[in-house]
Design a protein around this ligand. Structure first.
Ligand code: V47
Ligand code: SF4
Length: 393
């Protein structure tokens, strides 16, 4: 493979970059930028797939999860956000009480979900005390359910309001039951672009600082990048580079999740969405550049299941989870998945259709079920995938 590529890549710089990939050498920021600007989709796919295969073989990960979005009313007015409602229009949104949130958690009693992902708008009543009470209530109801919740956007706001340091605040939440932190709120770290699309909320440095403190407490988190709006390739490389540096210091990130900007119903609706080949390219460059991230995730509710399948050839090894139609962030922004929900057998088949081996993981990537050659009945009573057409191919 290395020799074939070497003999067929005409561009000397791309040839050097390809050699680095095959020798597992770190790509520089300018290598990353060069790949974005000059790499063909075919070359990027081959390189990123090689890197993914070396790390994960044929495995593709997923989990059984559901989301809770306590509110979509928000103090901030991020221009890309289709989901939030201003306080003065709060009657158009929802604001769940602790009891209502617990009712959602209880709906999953007896179902084999392993993770609840909790994130939403920022409002004064959702303060440190609220989340402490909520996390404790969830843990006392279902101790083994992993709570992946909140982002530096909420942390910064609620800790400042409570007049406690980031470290004190994170320790209080961890003690109450917070297990890990999702990747949201990162958007784009470049300060100028960030102030245009997400002005007022936590800064890039604060986002990094909060994750660093969390990692230094021995905890894990994810990282995202919102791309395809007013940023350019250099901003994306700068964003990934800041994450890569933090990961060098702590090793606390589990997965990197590029999030494609969707343009319906927000203040940036005049911007066209990126074409599919740009999304695939972005996954590939992410895989190649983020050498110290073990996993690259394609979030299927945002890009749709077919793109999620394609992304598995461009460096992606994780496609998130069952979701069960519990998140509105992407359907309200125009995703083709208007009611995102996949049963376990549907997820298993989606992965098997593109000849990968599905592995159900927990949030920390411990293997729950390796589906290679396994027959099963999922939580919806759908009998083993062996009976579905794709498996007979
Ligand atoms: O920070 C909001 C993004 C993020 C739009 O950690 C949008 O496993 C595209 O972080 N178009 C929140 N993106 C979601 C998030 C996430 C999702 C899945 C898994 C994990 C994880 C984390 O959603 C926000 C923002 O970047 N977002 N609006 C939009 N119109
Ligand atoms: Fe609020 Fe988050 Fe939407 Fe920004 S992205 S307006 S912080 S809900």
């Amino acid at each position: 493979m290395k020799a074939i590529l070497d003999n067929n890549i005409k561009d000397g710089r791309l040839k050097t970059i390809a050699r680095k990939v095959f020798d597992s050498e770190r790509l520089s920021e300018s290598d990353g930028l060069y790949l974005f600007e000059h790499g063909s989709l075919a070359l990027l796919g081959i390189l990123a797939n090689h890197d993914r295969q070396r790390r994960h073989g044929d495995t593709t990960y997923f989990n059984r999860n559901f989301h809770i979005e306590p509110t979509n009313v928000c103090l901030y007015t991020c221009t890309f956000c289709s989901y939030s409602r201003l306080i003065k229009k709060r009657e158009q949104g929802w604001e769940y009480s602790l009891a209502e949130i617990m009712d959602i958690v209880k709906k999953y009693d007896g179902q084999p979900v392993t993770e609840v992902h909790i994130v939403g708008g920022v409002l004064p009543q959702y303060d440190v005390k609220f989340y402490v009470d909520l996390f404790k209530a969830i843990k006392s109801h279902r101790p083994e359910l992993h709570i992946k919740a909140l982002t530096p956007v909420e942390f910064h706001y609620i800790f400042k309001k409570a007049k406690i340091s980031y470290k004190e605040g994170l320790e209080i939440l961890a003690e109450a039951g917070l297990d890990s932190v999702p990747g949201g709120g990162a958007e784009i770290f470049d300060e100028k672009i960030r102030s245009e699309i997400a002005g007022g909320k936590c800064s890039s440095d604060q986002w990094i600082e909060l994750h660093e403190i969390w990692h230094n407490m021995g905890k894990r988190s994810n990282a995202t990048m919102l791309y395809g709006h007013i940023e350019n390739y250099s901003h994306r490389i700068d964003h990934m580079s800041r994450l890569r540096q933090l990961q060098d210091r702590t090793g606390g990130f589990q997965t990197f999740i590029p999030l494609k900007f969707r343009n319906q119903g927000n203040q940036l609706s005049h911007l066209p969405e990126l074409p599919a080949h740009e999304d695939l390219k972005n996954y590939a460059v992410s895989r190649l550049f983020m050498d110290n991230f073990e996993h690259i995730k394609a979030y299927w509710p945002m890009i749709g299941r077919q793109m999620a399948q394609l992304s598995l050839n461009f460096g992606v090894d994780d496609i998130d989870g069952t979701i069960d139609d519990t998140t509105k962030i992407y359907s309200m922004a125009g995703s083709e998945e208007q009611s995102p929900a996949l049963s376990t057998s549907q997820l298993v088949n989606l992965i098997r259709e593109v000849k990968r081996v599905p592995i159900e993981r927990d949030t920390l990537y411990n293997v729950i079920t390796d589906f290679e050659g396994v027959e099963f009945e999922d939580e919806h009573g759908i009998k083993g995938y062996m009976s579905l057409p794709v498996i007979n191919n």
